[in-house]
Every structure is written in C-alpha cells, then in structure tokens.
Design a protein around this ligand. Structure first.
Ligand code: FMN
Length: 181
C-alpha cells in the first residue's frame, strides 16, 4: 500500500494558469495541474476545478477562459497564485501580472506565457469536490521558437511540472528513444 495521497503517483504534472473573467468583470488567475487533453475532435482540454474556488464561480459566470503555460522560471509566481483566492485579492494587481489580448476569446492571455489555449466551456462533469471543466480549444498558440510540431524545444524553454507543495520540476532535455528490436 502506498502511504501518500494516491494522486502523488501521477505527479509531477504540467501546470496551466487558468485566466477567467469574474462577476464584475475582474480577471482572475489560478494554477491547475490537474489538467489533460481529452479529445482531438473536437479539440478539448479538461481541468479539474474545486467547487469552492473563485475560479469555479467565474467559469460559471463567464464561459470563456485562457489556459496559459508559463515558463518554469515563473514557478514562484505560479505557486503564489495558488495560495490566495481571487475572492479576497486582485491577484493580477497583487503579483504584478500583465495580460495580452487574445485572438478568439474576450479573456486575455498572461503576458510572458510561452504557450496556451483560448477556450470555452464545452461540458462539465461533477466529481466529488470538483467540477471537471472540459474546454473546447478555440485557438492554441506558442511563442515564436519555443515549440515545433512535436512540442516544446526543451533546449530553449522549460515548463513547470508541479511536484508537491512548492516543488516544481523541469524536463530533462535529453530524449530517451524507445530502441528498435
Ligand atoms: C501548482 C498548483 C496547482 C494547483 N492545481 C489545482 C487544480 O488542478 N485544481 C484546483 O482546483 N486547484 C488547484 N490548485 C489550488 C488552486 O490554485 C488554489 O485553490 C487557488 O487559490 C484558487 O484560487 P481562486 O479561488 O482565485 O480560484 C493548485 C495550486 C497550485 C499551487
């Protein structure tokens, strides 16, 4: 029997920062490492969002969001964004986060993000204490030079893989290929 929480065996995980538009129009940011692509057609990405979070309320209020991949160097900011609630503070103002206009949705991207999705809520699944928001990807983007058709160039950028608590990992840029038999 594994002694820790069951989900630790599925970490570290790529972390997204979800930007949502809240009642009153303010933007909120929440890191989410419980995320996954779901289907290719339509293109969907799911994020498990705790029902008690402000992001949950904001996604119920406004159905579009951006899902941002920040560089590993932003791990400290990402952690901080996950330690306070937008109910209590304006996180963008408190942590000096700037935004950039999106192409397809009326919610901006995080300035300095290396990649991300512009998305709208497509389906919701209630599971325990979370709502699994399945987003339809309306537009995906990557900063120039950081990714090709096979994904990120880890010699040039790294992404934040959330371990536990304050621990984040990067990807070792040396690929391990499966040997031909
Ligand atoms: C690295 C990291 C990953 C997290 N992943 C998730 C997640 O996948 N789902 C979730 O509901 N909360 C997650 N959290 C916790 C929320 O980010 C945290 O509860 C946040 O304060 C909610 O903010 P809000 O109330 O403004 O929405 C994570 C926190 C951190 C630091």
């Amino acid at each position: 029997m594994y002694q820790g929480k069951f989900y630790r065996l599925l970490h570290p995980r790529p972390t997204l920062v979800v930007v949502s538009r809240c009642p009153g129009g303010r933007l909120n940011l929440m890191p989410a490492s419980w995320n996954t692509p779901v289907s290719e057609d339509p293109p969907t990405v799911a994020v498990a969002v705790e029902r008690s979070s402000y992001t949950h309320e904001c996604l119920k209020h406004h159905r579009r969001a951006t899902l941002n991949v920040l560089p590993l160097e932003a791990a400290d900011l990402i952690y901080k964004l996950g330690t306070v609630s937008g109910r209590d503070v304006d996180k963008a103002a408190q942590f000096g986060v700037a935004f950039e206009k999106s192409e397809k949705v009326d919610v901006p991207r995080v300035a300095g993000a290396i990649a991300g999705y512009e998305a709208e809520v497509y389906m919701e699944v209630e599971v325990g204490e979370v709502t699994l928001f399945i987003f339809k990807v309306l537009h995906s983007w990557a900063a120039p030079g950081v990714a090709d058709q096979w994904g990120y160039d880890f010699k040039r950028v790294n992404i934040p893989l959330h371990g536990a608590g304050r621990a984040f990992y990067g990807v070792d840029p040396r690929p391990r290929f499966v040997k031909k038999t």
